[in-house]
Design a protein. Structure first.
Length: 257
């Protein structure tokens, strides 16, 4: 019996030592700071991440230039200017005065482009889809000549690549006297004016581009003294019409006297 008791006491001692040792190890593990292994990021992967982030920012900016940020209905008002007392086309044809014009450029086979490289969103300034749609509705574009206004017009129409072939005249050595008019699919044969309503008569066609120029002084001379004194910036209604009196398109332009 003493031997058995001694054996049990020894086993208890070993068990106690094991429990104490285990507790010590657990305590040591709890108190020990965790080891963090930092693996170096692959340089090529970092460059690719930066590239994708920049590409994402660029695409978001381009998208905002192309279309509205949210789905909306856009209607651009195109009513004639309030100061223009618009008469029927036939009335202008009957009572209007003919004024001279110069044909600056003409191409009867020209076809309107559906898309131009400079309308791409990377170009920014002319990439707005609503603006492109609005321009496509029109066959008549009028601008008093300045380099910036003319540059904007030819990009809107889609004829910027023809700029080197277009030589606008300068009347009386004064560039501001030049009124540039671009017509699409209609050949202008006569220009009539009655007060500040300018009628461009021509024959419609299935293709073609024509650019003509008017002298601002011819417009000014057609305005009565009362109207001329009213405002130095006169609103003109330019109308593109057929020879039998049907309006095809119109454009409001402000001509600085």
């Amino acid at each position: 019996m003493p031997k058995i008791k001694n054996l049990i006491d020894k086993n208890k001692l070993i068990l106690y030592l094991f429990i104490v040792t285990l507790a010590f190890l657990v305590f040591a593990l709890i108190q020990r700071e965790p080891q963090v292994t930092i693996k170096p990021v692959n340089d090529a992967r970092m460059k690719e991440t930066v590239r994708l982030a920049q590409e994402n920012r660029d695409l978001r900016e381009r998208l905002l230039k192309i279309e509205p940020a949210a789905p909306v209905k856009i209607v651009t008002p195109e009513q004639p200017a309030a100061s223009v007392d618009s008469l029927p086309v036939l009335a202008v044809m009957a009572a209007g005065n003919r004024i001279p014009f110069e044909v600056i450029y003409e191409d009867g086979a020209w076809l309107r482009p559906a898309y131009q490289p400079y309308w791409h969103s990377r170009q920014g300034q002319w990439s707005s889809i609503p603006d492109r749609i609005q321009s496509s509705y029109h066959r008549l574009f009028v601008t008093p000549w300045t380099e910036s206004l003319w540059n904007e017009t030819i990009h809107q129409v889609g004829i910027a690549e023809l700029n080197d072939k277009i030589d606008l005249p300068v009347y009386d050595d004064e560039p501001a006297n030049t009124i540039a008019i671009v017509t699409i699919r209609q050949k202008i044969t006569d220009v009539l004016i009655l007060n500040n309503q300018v009628l461009l008569l021509g024959t419609p066609a299935r293709s073609g581009l024509q650019i003509i120029a008017l002298n601002r002084q011819d417009l000014i001379n057609s305005i009565s003294g009362e109207l001329l004194a009213h405002n130095d910036n006169q609103n003109y209604l330019f109308q593109l019409a057929t020879p039998d009196g049907y309006e095809v398109d119109f454009n409001n332009a402000i001509v600085n006297f």
